[in-house]
Design a protein around this ligand. Structure first.
Ligand SMILES: [Zn+2]
Ligand SMILES: [Zn+2]
Length: 174
């Protein structure tokens, strides 16, 4: 969603509460495409501070389906997003860099989806498990070891080994 902020940006000390809607159907990154299970409209508080800065504040929760690191079953993960951004309204030498960083602010338009995307990326969970002691999938026969035992023997990892395995898998992905 694109929020039109011309009036606030051009009117000194103006404040507004605006409802923002996430239009993104999923969070797509180099790790894959993760559908939103829940997202709701949320309120942004926007202030023009003496025509120098625009402050954008608000918070919301989203629920995203992320596969378990061990067994790949989808786990609903709640991510809390807090927005507390400051954009320069005038471009000066000092603010030039800030302007470039803020690619979700184009002219007097705020790209809400872009803002949400960046915030999810920053808050992305390091580890996702369907349960703490998830036994994962047998790498020989593909059996879900939470549901059944298999006879492949040595590949059955105890949870401590599985944790180490997770670390190795993470390194491989990078
Ligand atoms: Zn699992
Ligand atoms: Zn097996």
């Amino acid at each position: 969603m694109d929020l039109e902020l011309t009036e606030i940006c051009t009117c000194e000390n103006k404040e507004a509460h605006m409802e923002a809607v996430i239009e993104l159907p999923s969070f797509d990154s180099k790790l894959g495409s993760f559908p939103f299970l829940e997202k709701k409209p949320f309120e942004l508080h926007i202030v023009n501070r003496e025509n120098k800065h625009l402050l954008v504040e608000g918070e919301t929760d989203v629920m995203i389906a992320i596969p378990c690191d061990r067994c790949l079953k989808e786990v609903p993960v709640r991510i809390h997003l807090i927005f507390d951004k400051k954009f320069p309204l005038k471009e000066t030498e000092e603010t030039k860099e800030e302007v470039q960083e803020a690619d979700y602010m184009k002219g007097f338009h705020l790209d809400v989806d872009r803002l949400v995307y960046d915030e999810i990326l920053v808050n992305w969970p390091m580890k996702v498990l369907c349960k703490d002691d998830c036994k994962g999938i047998c790498r020989k026969c593909g059996a879900d070891l939470n549901l059944q035992d298999c006879n492949c023997g040595e590949d059955e990892l105890d949870p401590r080994m599985a944790a180490i395995q997770d670390i190795f898998n993470k390194f491989k992905e990078v």
